[in-house]
Design a protein around this ligand. Structure first.
Ligand code: WQD
Length: 343
């Protein structure tokens, strides 16, 4: 069902891919971003890829005046029927060093968005949550009814954000929320024109591997080879960012068609180890990815992968792209943009 959707954090990695998926599904989109962790050049790439001018507000979701500008822009398309809230800081290690900044930005931003939605009569919210709310899982694959706990401030902001939204659905008439718990988003749009553009040294595995493959870094440091996993290295559920984007479109359609809130995992249900990812990337790129085994990274868990059945049952969505496609699309983006959007 076509509608006008506001995206916060709109020029970020997952949001920019979701923007294209929403356009392809016939939705109008208004984006808002303060460029704290993304480049304005994303808007040029979206215009080229979508063949239309992105409707965009440069602003901060913590400022009601900035959000009001986004809702006013949406008004020319009959008003915003929903908000997809991506805007948040997301570096686990940084959150440990700067907890107050993470709580203020992530929870303060969420509250500000909810207030603006109420003021503008917008009742459907898709919330970018994370598998990090499961902490160190007691059983695998992980179902949505698994115990939740947060082992770092970033994870706390996602868990408390979910709880805050649960309270609002009980108190604000008609307010409905889709909480999407992402596993490990990787890859890039098939064009290679948008993708993950980490600033400085990548925290996450695949963008780091990509920089090794392109020759920007000499080797991959493998954090731990003594985990209780088949090859001793960490196992994660990597999901293509375009599958993730499609999951957001499906969640919006669900909110529009069913008057119910939901919480679902967005993962493939398949776990891969660090070594398996490095080997897949070598196949996709034709380049070597030398490995150096180093001690475990504090806070890492051994294995984390989803039971994706609930999303398929409720949303009719499942991930379609495999690890080789994730690596091939990541590599195309890396080759076309060796320095990211500043290339
Ligand atoms: C994956 C695996 C590492 C880098 C984090 C956040 C999560 C979400 C996704 C925001 C692990 C290993 C990594 C490296 C390595 N972020 N690794 N060398 O830690 O599962 O999840 O990012 O929403 O909330 O917690 O992802 O990509 O950092 O690590 O060996 O240089 O790769 O130990 O086993 P992670 P990751």
């Amino acid at each position: 069902m076509a509608s006008c959707v506001i995206l916060t954090g709109a020029t970020g990695y997952i949001a920019s891919h979701t923007w294209l998926a929403l356009w392809a599904a016939g939705h109008e989109v208004v984006g808002i971003d303060n460029f704290s962790n993304s480049s304005p050049k994303v808007l040029e790439r979206l215009a080229q890829l979508g063949g239309r001018t992105p409707r965009f507000v440069q602003g901060d979701v913590r400022q009601q005046a900035d959000l009001a500008r986004a809702f006013e822009m949406a008004q020319s398309h009959g008003g915003a029927s929903a908000v997809v809230h991506f805007a948040a800081f997301k570096a686990v290690g940084e959150s440990v060093e700067q907890p107050a900044r993470y709580y203020e930005n992530n929870l303060g931003g969420l509250m500000s968005v909810c207030l603006a939605m109420q003021m503008h009569g917008c009742r459907h919210l898709v919330f970018s949550s994370s598998a990090t709310v499961y902490g160190d899982p007691q059983s695998l694959p992980i179902r949505e009814d698994a115990p939740v706990t947060a082992t770092n401030p970033y994870g706390q902001t996602k868990l408390r954000g979910e709880q805050l939204l649960q309270d609002l659905t009980q108190s604000v008439p008609g307010f409905r929320v889709a909480c999407l718990r992402y596993f490990n988003p990787v890859g890039a749009h098939e064009s290679g024109d948008i993708g993950e553009d980490p600033r400085g040294t990548p925290n996450n595995l695949m963008p780091y591997v990509a920089q090794v493959a392109i020759g920007r870094r000499p080797h991959l440091n493998v954090f731990g080879q003594d985990y209780p996993t088949p090859d001793g290295t960490g196992v994660r559920d990597y999901i293509h960012v375009c599958d993730l984007a499609d999951g957001h479109v499906a969640a919006l359609d669900h909110l529009a068609q069913h008057d119910q809130s939901l919480t679902v995992n967005l993962g493939t249900g398949r776990g891969y180890s660090v070594v398996e990812v490095a080997q897949a990337y070598e196949r996709a790129s034709g380049r070597k990815v030398p490995l150096v085994f180093v001690p475990r990274r504090p806070g890492d868990v051994a294995s984390c992968y989803a039971d994706p059945a609930m999303a398929e049952q409720l949303l009719g969505w499942k991930a379609r792209r495999d690890l080789d496609a994730m690596c091939a699309d990541s590599w195309r983006w890396q080759q076309k943009n060796p320095q990211g959007f500043e290339s």
